[in-house]
Unconditional design. Structure first.
Ligand code: EPZ
Length: 424
């Protein structure tokens, strides 16, 4: 398995470009099932999860190809309505084909995604919502089976605002007979981006990005072109890297309006943040100051930035309390940061972080996508060499990570398998 070898202590300086948002590209790709006609997508990130989704869609009968950051997709016929276990277990977001399959073809057999390192990850609201839309839903041998001759519009309330749940139900409702209202809908920008793509294809959707989304079903969707929004979590990750290494980092082609909760917290830590129309720049020439963080659904502080912020707070002046309200298991990075000298105590869903002057490099192990990012950032700021193993987690959601960090002056190399490379 590949690993990253990082020699810490260099101040990151320079400008890099944000890639397209993984968590917008995945539902948008799944939504190509909903109608015939060619769709051309641009700014699609070259990450493993996108490759996995394209593989799944081609298995189902779509014809999708990726060239750089452009994807051309057509879905005229169905070859299979089954999303198999061995594929779904590698990417939980495969559940996003469930709603489109039932809406377009009247049937779907999708492996239950199961839990992952950060939590149990139930999908009960996806299933309850589909049942409200008139689908017959059952669980058999670890698979979700859903059937409906034609879905019917309904009023759906999700007790918890779920991002992919909102996306699944919004996609299904596009072809339902009548009007659907989703209440307590997720407001993440990726939900809004999916909705704007669907509207370009002829869907009738209002309120996306608010907690009440109304969808009037139509007979069919036609093709359309779309540019995927920039990845706010990738952008945030590089901004935190700049702050942690006391550098000067600018991310261009990003959406500052999607990162207000993060920039607010970086400023609270004493980091200078400059916002342009499509750029965000951080400068930090002294040790950051502790601040408290509480994750929540958008527009609150994103859970996908929690690990990265814990790494920053671990070297800040003072004590911070980090509260993770979304996923019960999302503190896996902490035991690895402790190996690097971080002083962090976990108390339930709180982490009490007492900042230290510097972390020390050490061999650490990635457990999930964003935990890995937190460990890489810690390695960049630490004294000495850090080896992050199991970085296949990182490759799922970060495009050319070591290339982008290298362009900012980071000393970081990918080691293939057991090869050992000395870093000067
Ligand atoms: C999406 O996951 C993202 N993934 C996650 O990003 C992100 O962390 C998460 O939203 C929260 O922002 C994609 O968009 C592909 P949820 P999702 O359903 O949709 C509970 C990354 O690193 N819940 O919004 O699976 C759930 O347990 C990934 O890029 C139910 O109880 O998350 C959680 O506590 C990791 N029942 C809360 O809701 C359900 O049916 C929010 O989860 C669905 C969710």
């Amino acid at each position: 398995m590949d690993r990253l070898v990082i020699s810490g202590g260099t101040r990151l300086r320079g400008t890099i470009k944000a890639s397209g948002a993984k968590n917008a590209a995945l539902p948008i790709l799944a939504s190509t099932i909903l109608g015939a006609g060619e769709c051309e997508l641009s700014n699609v990130p070259r990450v493993v999860d996108v490759v996995t989704m394209i593989k799944l869609l081609n298995l189902l009968g779509c014809s999708i190809s990726q060239e750089g950051d452009r994807v051309v997709a057509k879905c005229d016929q169905l070859r299979s309505s089954e999303a198999p276990y061995d594929l779904v277990r590698t990417m939980r977001a495969s559940i996003l084909v469930l709603g489109p399959l039932v809406a377009r073809w009247g049937e779907a057999t999708v492996s239950l995604p199961g839990g992952c390192a950060i939590g149990s990850r139930p999908v009960n609201f996806h299933l309850a919502g589909l049942a409200k839309l008139g689908a017959e839903v059952s669980i058999e041998h670890g698979y979700i089976r859903a059937r409906a001759s034609r879905l019917k519009g309904a009023r759906i309330y999700c007790d918890v605002s779920t991002v992919t749940g909102t996306e699944n139900l919004m996609m299904a409702a596009c072809l339902a007979d009548g009007v659907t209202v989703i209440e307590n809908a997720a407001k993440e920008p990726e939900v809004g981006d999916l909705a704007s793509f669907l509207v370009k294809r002829g869907a009738r959707i209002e309120g996306a990005g608010t907690d009440v989304v109304t969808i009037e079903g139509v007979g069919q969707l036609h093709g359309a072109d779309h540019e995927v929004i920039p990845d706010r979590i990738e952008t945030g990750t590089y901004l935190v890297a700049g702050a942690m290494t006391r550098g000067d980092v600018c991310v261009e082609s990003c959406r500052p309006d999607h990162l207000e909760s993060l920039t607010l917290k970086l400023r609270a830590c004493g980091v200078t943040v400059e916002e342009g129309k499509e750029t965000l720049r951080v400068r930090c020439d002294q040790r950051p100051v502790a601040t408290d963080i509480k994750t929540g659904a958008y527009p609150a502080f994103p859970t996908d930035m929690q690990a990265q912020m814990v790494a920053l707070l671990a070297i800040s002046r003072g004590t911070s309390v980090v509260t993770e309200t979304i996923f019960e298991g999302r503190f896996m990075h902490i035991q690895e940061l402790q190996r690097m000298g971080a002083d962090i105590k976990i108390e339930g869903h709180h982490a009490v972080v007492t900042g230290c002057e510097r972390l020390t490099g050490a061999p650490v192990m990635a457990s999930d996508l964003r935990a890995s990012a937190g460990l890489v950032l810690a390695g960049l700021a630490a004294d000495g060499v850090t080896e992050v193993s199991r970085i296949y987690h990182l490759d799922r959601g970060y495009e050319r990570l070591e290339e982008k960090l290298g362009a900012l002056g980071g000393i970081i190399q990918r080691q293939k398998g057991s090869q050992s490379v000395k870093i000067a």
